[in-house]
Design a protein around this ligand. Sequence first.
Ligand SMILES: *Cc1c(COP(=O)(O)O)cnc(C)c1O
Length: 425
Amino acid sequence: MKMRKNIKNFKDAKKVIPGGVNSPVRAFKAVGAKPIFIEKARGQYLHDADGNKYIDYCLSWGPMILGHANKNVLGKVKDVMAKGTSFGIPTELETKLAQMIVGAIGSVEKVRLVSSGTEAVMTAVRLARGYTGRDKIIKFIGCYHGHVDHLLVQAGSGAMTLGNPSSPGVPKDFTKHTILLPYNNIEMLEKAFKQYSEEIAAVIVEPVAGNMGVVLPQQGFLQAIRKSCTKNGSVLIFDEVITGFRLRYGSVQELFGVQADLTCLGKIIGGGFPIGACGGKTKIMDNLAPEGKIYQAGTLSGNPVCVAAGIATLKQLKIRNPYAKLDKLTKSLCKQIGETLEKAKVPYTINQVGSMFTLFFNSTPVTDYVSAIKSDTSRYAKYFTQMLNAGIYLPPSQFEACFLSTEHKSEDIHQTVAAVCNISF
Ligand SMILES: *Cc1c(COP(=O)(O)O)cnc(C)c1O
C-alpha cells in the first residue's frame, strides 16, 4: 500500500488544523495508524490520495447507505444547486422532506430541520426541559449524542477511545443534571426514577447503540424506559441519528414496538450532506419558537442542497426497500468472519442488526459499556491496519459500527472474508 501522499497530506494538515483532522476519530489514533486522505469515492469504494482503493465499511459513519456518489442523489443536488444554494427563507423542499419523515415515523407529527445530529439532540433536550419545566436528563453510559456539553459524559467512541470520558471545557455545573446509567439495566433505571421521579425531564437513548460498538437493547429495556417516562411525565428521546432509515424505512420504534416522544435524526436523512432533525408529537413540537417560547434557530437549517440530497436518498430507500437484502448480506459477512476467527482461535463477539455490526475482540457477550471495553483494542488495531493494507476500510476504532450499503456485493464480502483469513493476530 502506497502512503507517500497520505503522509504528506497529514503533515500539512497538522500545521493548520488541530491534530490534522476536523473530527477526532479521523486521526486514526485509537488504532495507532496514520490517516488516509480521500480523493474520491464511488459506490462501495473509497480511493485515497495515493491511489489505493478500499471497500468502505464506515460509509462516512453511516449516511452513505446508497453507497458513494449515488447518481440520482448527485443529479437532484445539481439541479437544486443551479437555482441557488441558500436563502434563509423557506423553500418547498423543506416541507417535502418533513412530509417524508412524518410519513415514515408514526410518533413524529412535526419535525424541525437543523444542520447536524448534535444540533438535533440539543434541540430535543432543550425542548424536553422547556416542555416539562424540569432539568434532569437520564443518559446511558457509552451512548453518544453528539458533542453537546451536558451530554459529553461517558459518551462512547471518540470520547472513549481518546480517554476523555468527559471533556475539559465542560463546566461541572453543565453536567450536574445528567444522570448516567448503564445501558440495558432496567433495575438501575427504575431506581433512578424512584429517586428523582418528577425532576426527570427526559431519558435520551440510542435505541440500538452504535457508539460503543453496536449494542442491542435487550428484551424489555426500551419498553421499561417507555413505561417509566409515561408514569413520571418525562419525555422519551430516541436518538436515531444512526438508526433512522438504517434498519428500516423510518425508525426502529416500529421494530421494537416502542414509541418515542421525540426522535432525533441525522446522517442518512442528509444523503451525505450536513443535516439533523428533531421531531415528535405536535403538542411538544409546537413549543418551539416561533409557535412556542423555546428558542431554536439556524442560518443554514433546511438548506436546499442538503434537503434535496435527503429527499433523493429517502425516495430511493422507499422504492428499493433494500433492508432485507442488506440484513442478509451483513449476516453472511458476520457469519463468515465468525467462522474464520473461530478457526484462528481468536476470541470474539459480533453484534449485528440489519446493515450495522461490530466485531468485538472479546469473548463475552457485549451488552453495555463495561462489557464493550473488555475488548482487546490492541488486537483491533492490528486487525484494522492489516485490513486497511488489504484494501478494506473499517472504522478506525473498536467502539464504532461497521455499515454496509446497497452497493456492497457478495464479491466484496468474499474479498473481506479472505482478508480476515490472512490476518496474523
Ligand atoms: C453521529 C451521531 C450524533 C451526532 O451527529 P453529528 O451530525 O455528528 O453532530 C448524535 N447521535 C448519534 C447516535 C450519532 O451516531
